[in-house]
Ligand binder design. Structure first.
Ligand SMILES: C[C@H](O)[C@@H](O)CC(=O)C(=O)O
Ligand SMILES: [Mg+2]
Length: 472
């Protein structure tokens, strides 16, 4: 059974009084397999890169040569059970994330799963508030990407230990336990623990029906894979026509480098998909504020639902100005894939600076911090449309959006989860898309275990794929 954490203690590390969190009471806890302690005995991290830039997959106005990559973490436990996690990167720089993961390893190795999850809020705080390493963030940049990789692996381990896919682990949790995983520090001015609990308790009504609905119909998705910026018009037409045949009705187009190209490409897509399908545009932070407003106004004729990342991801007031200017045109602002943490999201919401919130399973501090953002989005009644353009992101984020619908929002209006059609074949439990919907995963875990052969071949720089590339 669980060994309760002593108040003010996280895995033997004593917290300052101001950092102390309410520990779970014994009746709030889940039943991990009684005989297993799942003590984490080792953490391995590998630099896995896919040469997607060769064919311009994933390209946008700012990332013209992205190699979809991951810092891939494996947690070994004394029982033999493993936890798999990753954070998404773009090639160069993955080795820096690896260093940060290694720096965090000492906070994880030696802990048992029970110890972690019986005070998950405290463990999140331990990882993000280390007195020396927090100087690198706090809760942003490379160190936060590393935190996400490690915590994603812990959540995967927990779901595997419970024999459930992660979304189901979350759905079956008592609202008190969900709340106990969240660090409310810095967000209590908009969301207190009590309010969060209240939201979750109220959403218990109809939960079973929503779960059944998801199992039958899946969660609505949109595709970005037809219109990466580096694709030719010919490619774009072919991919769009294939996608229409497969039942896709929601499409995202990359824009931002050249206005005439954008007008031509967006007209082309709008003509192919017809007036009733949904179109979104994504500039990946290319413009200044005034430029964003004038550029998007020129694209208003193709009726985009949203403009994504029009300017710097840190410019909350800039996003607010763009939102205000574009509202009369019926165009919303979406952002989040490079939003560092829950504090930034809080301010975006407070400032009415976004109309669609794009959580990211690897940018924020894993499930723990994403839970906080889902609940704040609910409070502000802003629809969540997760970001998934990257390797493994579709696999991960589908779990969070299923939880959001079943246990928080209970609403599908203006909501959809991004899908990109790349690299799923490298995962042991790849996403299942049916009729443009994510079907709920059934395998235990968080769906981000990669095939060993794929990892070996794509590990940078020793894997066969990279040896060949380097020799060219
Ligand atoms: C570099 C990535 O592919 C990025 O363009 C993804 C993105 O912005 C999205 O999926 O949205
Ligand atoms: Mg984007």
């Amino acid at each position: 059974m669980f060994k309760p954490a002593r108040h003010g203690e996280v895995g033997g590390v004593s917290l300052q009084r101001s950092q102390q969190q309410k520990p779970l009471r014994s009746h709030d806890r889940l039943n991990l397999c009684a005989e297993m302690s799942y003590k984490i005995v080792n953490l391995r991290v590998r630099d896995v890169r896919f040469p997607t830039s060769l064919e311009q997959h994933g390209s946008d106005a700012m990332h013209t040569d992205p190699d979809y990559s991951a810092a891939y973490v494996v947690l070994d436990t004394d029982s033999g059970l493993k936890g798999f996690g990753l954070t998404f990167t773009l090639g160069k720089g993955t080795e820096i994330v690896l260093c940060a993961v290694k720096a965090l390893a000492g906070l994880v190795i030696g802990k048992s799963l029970q110890e972690i999850v019986s005070n998950f809020r405290g463990f999140y705080r331990l990882l993000t508030s280390d007195g020396q390493m927090r100087w690198l963030g706090p809760e942003k940049g490379v160190i936060h990407l590393a935190t996400a990789a490690v915590l994603n692996a812990v959540w995967d381990l927990w779901a595997r230990a419970e024999g459930k896919p992660l979304w189901k682990l979350l759905v079956d949790m008592d609202p008190k336990q969900i709340v106990s995983c969240i660090d409310f520090r810095y967000i209590t001015d908009v969301l207190t623990e009590e309010e969060a609990l209240d939201i979750l308790v109220k959403a218990q009504e109809g939960k079973k029906q929503r779960e059944d609905q998801m199992l039958k119909e899946g969660y609505p998705a949109y595709t970005t894979s037809c219109a990466w910026l580096g694709y030719s018009d010919q490619q774009l037409k072919q991919l769009c026509s294939d996608a229409l045949k497969s039942g896709w009705t929601r499409f995202k187009v990359k824009v931002g480098a050249d206005l005439e190209d954008d007008i031509r490409r967006c007209r082309l897509i709008r003509k192919m998909i017809g007036p009733s399908s949904t179109l979104m545009i994504d500039a990946n932070q290319r413009w200044d504020v005034a430029e964003a407003i004038s550029w998007v106004s020129r694209l208003a004729e193709v009726k985009p639902l949203w403009i994504e990342e029009p300017t710097s991801p840190d410019d909350i007031l800039g996003h607010a100005a763009i939102s205000k200017a574009l509202a009369p045109l019926g165009i919303g602002v979406a952002t989040g894939e490079q939003c560092h943490n829950r504090v930034m999201f809080k301010q975006f919401l407070q400032a009415s600076a976004l109309q669609f919130i794009q959580i990211d399973s690897c940018r924020l501090g894993s499930v723990n911090e994403n839970l906080a953002v889902l609940l704040m989005a609910y409070k502000f009644q802003v629809p969540v449309c997760p970001h998934a353009g990257g390797v493994g992101l579709c696999e991960l984020v589908q779990h969070l959006i299923l939880f959001d619908y079943i246990c928080v929002s209970a609403d599908l209006r203006n909501r959809m989860c991004e899908y990109v059609d790349h690299l799923h074949e490298h995962f042991t439990s790849p996403v299942v898309i049916q009729d443009a919907h994510y079907m709920p995963p059934k395998d235990p875990g968080y769906s981000c275990e990669m095939l060993e052969e794929s990892v070996n071949r794509h590990e940078y720089p020793e894997g066969d794929i990279w040896k060949q590339e380097i020799q060219k």
